[in-house]
Design a protein. Structure first.
Length: 560
């Protein structure tokens, strides 16, 4: 085991759930909520700089996204050499990945290894949720009540709750009547689900659905896929790493790190300058063919920079991808339903797949196009859909129902916790018309609180660990700066966060992404304000911005 960060004092007291007691001991420096990539990385950096820290995690192990999402086929969409921590050269040299896109168990093992190797576990309380957190103006501290009844007092509160961690099940009536079992992809039983000989239904064809569907089809007696929106998906072309490849990565990690920190997507992709429309059709076609052969969404991520801003340019790529998808599906009617036509390419998060479209050529797989035959209700036997004939319905009989129906993204997990700031201001009330943040890291009226990968940061529009490490390091440095200057309190202002939020929105308005319904826009959740939730300026530019803010003595923040 590598020498871990020194043990710091943590403090807690017990209280009855109905009467939160005031903590008797001095506050811990930082309470971190969540032990996924963000929380583990944050904890490492805090301990390493001598802060006391405590992490509270709902799962019974560390891992976050990779703890909760255990459905068959679950794997990463970022290439392995970029999807990891870069904070320790020893960790980078010691860990060997097996595939270009590692599967969930491998990434979970990696995160468990990080927790063990850096001796982080003794600062983490598992199977514990933070129910509420409130800032006390008199003491300048946060007081958080856990679901155990314990109250933790801390000088700082850091949310590391993930962007896609609040799963959603659609509100059609009758789920309580369904005789079979049902699961959400993000709350998969640890013991697995046996589909052998069963009639299975999957609702949802986003990244999770597109990964789980081919795997269930191999096992189930029959699989019915309920599709509301046909999706563009790119072949992952996943494969085991070749002999020597891991060694090449290890020799190049410094360069890879520098590259992804400067890149727009935090990945080893860079858009081409100019317009897709400015080159001859044959040149475009050649580039699209070569990109397709490489796998991943290379065509989009390394394609011309106007693919996501100009509908005509986008259509050249979308037409190409549609033609490739069409080649993969035998039945004309199924093909027609599976071809995405209602949104430009890349305006919903593009999934990577392994044999997804080919799965619909199997005899035991049926596609139900919900645009033609919408769901009416769940019933004891399965899912009842309209048939298109007035007053007529049809029940798809099922033994198991799988919801791959997504998440209340980015703001959902934050607003699940009852957070109250200075003067008793509620975060839920403050953000009822949409989130307001400065840099996606802080929100006015909530002193000493930082939101890792919060709304208004690049996060979900990038390779998540790259975005997370930017935030982990920035928060660490900010706390060190405060300690060095004897500051107790940091906060941003309403004017500053308004300016940043407008800037984020203006960047989004320049793109096609704001024109469609997606979880990026919050429009997958009924009643959620429709607003683009992430910063589109890119990881590299964003890194320059937050570094510049720090260099100017945390411009936009005030200290007390
Ligand atoms: P998602 O992208 O939001 O997809 C949800 C799917 O469920 C969509 O097809 C949606 O249709 C459908 N749906 C939602 N409500 C419905 C309803 N009431 N009736 C019928 N269909 C409904 O969720 P996800 O697939 O879990 O993925 C979310 C994000 O997690 C991804 O975009 C990605 O960022 C991340 N993720 C990553 C990986 C990876 O890296 N490999 C894997 C999985 C997830 P509509 O499109 O019509 O709304």
């Amino acid at each position: 085991m590598e020498a871990g960060p020194s043990a710091m004092t943590t403090t807690h007291t017990s209280a009855r759930p109905d009467a939160p007691a005031a903590p008797a001991e001095p506050p811990v420096d930082v309470l971190v909520i969540g032990a996924g990539f963000s929380g583990l990385g944050m904890l490492y950096h805090l301990l390493e700089r001598g802060f006391s820290a405590r992490v509270v995690e709902a799962g019974d192990d560390v891992g976050g996204t990779w703890y909760w999402n255990r459905y068959p086929g679950c794997r990463c969409d970022s290439p392995t050499e970029v999807y990891q921590f870069f904070f320790s050269k020893e960790l980078l040299q010691d860990w060997d990945w097996t595939h270009v896109y590692p599967a969930q168990p491998e990434i979970l093992s990696y995160l468990r290894h990080v927790a063990d190797r850096f001796d982080l576990r003794r600062h983490i309380s598992l199977e514990t949720r933070v129910r509420s957190a409130s800032f006390n103006d008199a003491t300048g501290t946060w007081r958080s009540t856990l679901d155990t009844g314990e109250v933790v007092e801390s000088r700082f509160l850091v949310t590391a709750v993930g962007c896609l961690s609040d799963p959603q099940v659609p509100a059609y009536p009758g789920l309580e009547n369904f005789r079979g079992e049902w699961h959400h992809t993000s709350r998969w039983p640890h013991s697995g689900v046996d589909f052998t000989g069963k009639r299975v239904g999957v609702i949802g064809t986003g990244s999770s659905g597109i990964q789980v569907i081919p795997e269930i089809a191999k096992e189930a007696a029959h699989l019915t896929v309920f599709q509301r929106t046909a999706n563009f998906s790119f072949p992952a072309r996943n494969r085991p790493l070749r002999p020597g490849e891991m060694e090449e990565f290890k020799a190049s990690y410094d360069a890879i790190h520098a590259e992804i920190r400067a890149a727009k997507l935090g990945q080893r992709f860079a858009p081409m300058p100019g317009s897709a429309l400015a080159v001859p059709a044959e040149v475009r076609q050649r580039f699209y063919e070569e990109s397709w052969a490489r796998g991943n969404a290379v065509l989009l991520f390394s394609g011309w920079e106007d693919l996501l801003t100009n509908e005509e340019a986008n259509a050249t790529a979308a037409d190409f991808v549609r033609s490739k998808i069409a080649e993969r599906i035998d039945d004309p009617e199924t093909r027609d339903s599976l071809l995405p036509r209602n949104h430009p390419l890349g305006t919903k998060r593009p999934p990577l797949d392994t044999e997804y479209f080919e799965t619909f050529n199997r005899d035991n797989v049926t596609l139900v196009d919900l645009r033609r035959t919408p769901i009416e209700e769940f019933c004891d036997g399965g899912v009842r859909v309209q048939t298109g004939v007035p007053d007529e319905s049809q029940v798809h009989e099922l033994d198991v129902l799988v919801f791959a129906t997504g998440f209340d993204a980015i703001t959902g997990p934050l607003l699940e916790i009852d957070i109250t700031g200075s003067g008793g201001m509620s975060l839920r009330e403050k953000w009822q018309d949409g989130p307001l943040t400065y840099l996606g890291l802080a929100t006015a009226g909530f002193p000493n609180m930082f939101t890792i990968t919060g709304p208004g940061s690049p996060a979900v529009i990038s390779n998540m660990p790259t975005a997370i490490e930017q935030h982990n390091e920035w928060i660490r440095d900010c706390l060190v700066y405060m300690r060095d200057h004897g500051y107790q309190r940091i906060e941003t202002s309403a004017t500053t966060e308004e300016e940043w939020t407008v800037h984020v929105s203006e960047l989004a308005q320049e793109t096609l992404l704001v024109k469609v319904d997606s979880w990026y826009m919050g429009s997958n959740i009924p009643g959620k304000p429709r607003r683009f939730l992430s910063y589109l300026g890119g990881v590299g530019t964003y890194g320059d911005v937050i570094t510049g803010v720090a260099a100017k003595d945390y411009d936009g923040f005030t200290f007390g």
